[in-house]
Design a protein around this ligand. Structure first.
Ligand code: GDP
Ligand code: IMO
Ligand code: MG
Length: 420
């Protein structure tokens, strides 16, 4: 068996949670491979809405195993809140969830460092979610991180203290003198809560599952344009959000990767700072935000909106080796008379269709305009019901990218999903 990967091709929030939940019945295991509580994955069914930050989006399905892989940074406090707000009996959550002993822990001081670092950047803020992601991954890379498996060590308190000592010195450098008492009490309680869950060598678990013929779906967080290597650096997150991240974040060999599902919105959004070539600071952008309810699932911040960016989409498809595309939120564009697609940029007076090293060098965007479909599509269930103009839009993207679009999402609910 091979592992399929589902990941975002834009700046995150493409609708990964919704689609992973919709596809979960076809899989035995759903495994998150990177990121942490910066993610906010929304799932809607039976008139209820859930936002997941750390827990994989297959958790609402009986009989499925959800894995938190080694590639994640896990905040026990967020984890506890999330488990307690799922509306699922605790014993059942425990049965459905496995946590890698190699996942790194976000400590209270990581969050303080995240905030202190952002404040120090003044006008060049990353727009971090302030969940401690950057500092936790920094500790991982500098080999000072603490991991889930360490919670079971007798000398854990010493390990923790050593790390905190270092963090406090750094915080002092930023001008902060912090009392950690309340934060630490909450964190240690949550860490004890976490210890009741099944912590495993997730790499071996995934290997055994594949050998036993189980079907595994790897769930990405954030999106390709936020990848630490391939995104709009430095306005990115601190992990590899791309397909390769599933290999390192779960311990899966590249040859065992099957399909790569690339998910994108019919337009583009970005939350936080950094370049966004097709951003619309006009009525159309505001309309996308209103109709798409484009406000961050984790921080509530308004998302910046703009037209689909084909050079960026093609780049993401290339980096990830996408085999199928899923188009999300097509319903949001239903009332637009015209749909625009950015097909190339002008850089130094020359038309280019590749992403330049520095997106600020883009002088002009070149658009292809297509007629809108001007009709409500959110009740449609079948591909053949989709209006001709939407099908032309789909066909155009398929022709440009060379990858088939096999799912079109027409609403936030699990059922508002059209399969080809
Ligand atoms: P994720 O981080 O990729 O899981 O995406 P988010 O959950 O952060 O953001 C996607 C938002 O769009 C959520 O509010 C979803 O409920 C919503 N959504 C997902 N698919 C669709 C769709 O096809 N149409 C509409 N209108 N909303 C959708
Ligand atoms: P999901 O999984 C959208 C953005 C932040 C910020 C940058 C760095 O829901 O798609 P970080 O806290 O990671 O250091 O912030 O990345 N960001 C996201 N944007 N969706 C996400 O996750 C994001 N996670 C981080 O806004 O610009
Ligand atoms: Mg999100």
């Amino acid at each position: 068996m091979k592992i399929d990967i589902l990941l975002g091709l834009q700046w995150g929030d493409e609708g990964k949670g919704k689609i992973v939940d919709a596809l979960a019945p076809e899989y035995d295991v759903i495994a998150r491979f990177q990121g942490g509580p910066n993610a906010g994955h929304t799932i809607k069914f039976n008139n209820t809405k859930h936002v997941l930050h750390l827990i994989p989006s297959g958790i609402f399905h009986e009989g499925k195993t959800n894995v938190i892989g080694n590639g994640l940074v896990l905040d026990p406090v967020v984890f506890r809140q999330e488990v307690e707000s799922l509306g699922i009996d605790l014993g059942r959550v425990r049965d459905r969830l496995l946590i890698s002993v190699k996942a790194h822990l976000i400590m209270p001081t990581h969050k303080l460092l995240d905030a202190a670092h952002e404040a120090s950047l003044g006008d060049s803020k990353i727009g971090s979610t302030l969940r401690g992601i950057g500092p936790a991954y920094t500790d991982k890379t500098s080999r000072g991180g603490i991991r889930v498996g360490d919670l079971f060590r007798k000398d854990f308190a010493d390990l923790y203290k050593t790390r905190v000592g270092e963090h406090l010195r750094m915080l002092k450098g930023y001008g902060y003198d912090q009392n950690l008492q309340a934060l630490e009490a909450e964190w240690f309680e949550a860490a004890e809560f976490l210890k009741q869950f099944n912590t495993v060598n997730a790499d071996y678990y995934i290997d055994r599952s594949l050998t036993d013929g189980k079907r595994i779906l790897a769930e990405g967080a954030q999106g390709t344009m936020l990848d630490i290597d391939f995104g709009t650096y430095p306005f990115v997150t601190s992990s590899n959000t791309v397909a390769a991240g599933a290999c390192t974040g779960l311990g899966v060999a590249p040859a065992r990767v099957g399909e790569v599902f690339g998910i994108f919105k019919a337009y583009c959004t970005r939350v936080g700072s950094g370049p966004f070539p097709t951003e619309l600071n006009d009525e159309d952008g505001q309309r996308m935000r209103d109709l798409g309810n484009e406000y961050g699932a984790t921080t509530g911040r308004p998302r910046r909106c703009g037209w689909l960016d084909l050079p960026a989409l093609k780049y993401a498809i290339m980096i990830n080796g996408v085999t199928r595309l899923f188009m999300m939120k097509a319903d949001v564009l239903s009332s637009f008379g015209e749909i625009k697609i950015c097909t190339s940029y002008t850089v130094n007076g020359t038309q280019v269709s590749e992403l330049p090293y520095c997106l600020a060098d883009i002088e002009r965007l070149n658009y292809h305009t297509m007629p809108g479909w001007n009709c409500e599509i959110s009740k449609f269930q079948k591909w053949d019901e989709l209006p001709a103009e939407l099908r032309s839009y789909i066909k155009y993207i398929e022709k440009e990218t060379g990858v088939p679009i096999t799912i079109v999402s027409v609403g936030p609910d699990r059922w508002a999903t059209i399969y080809r």
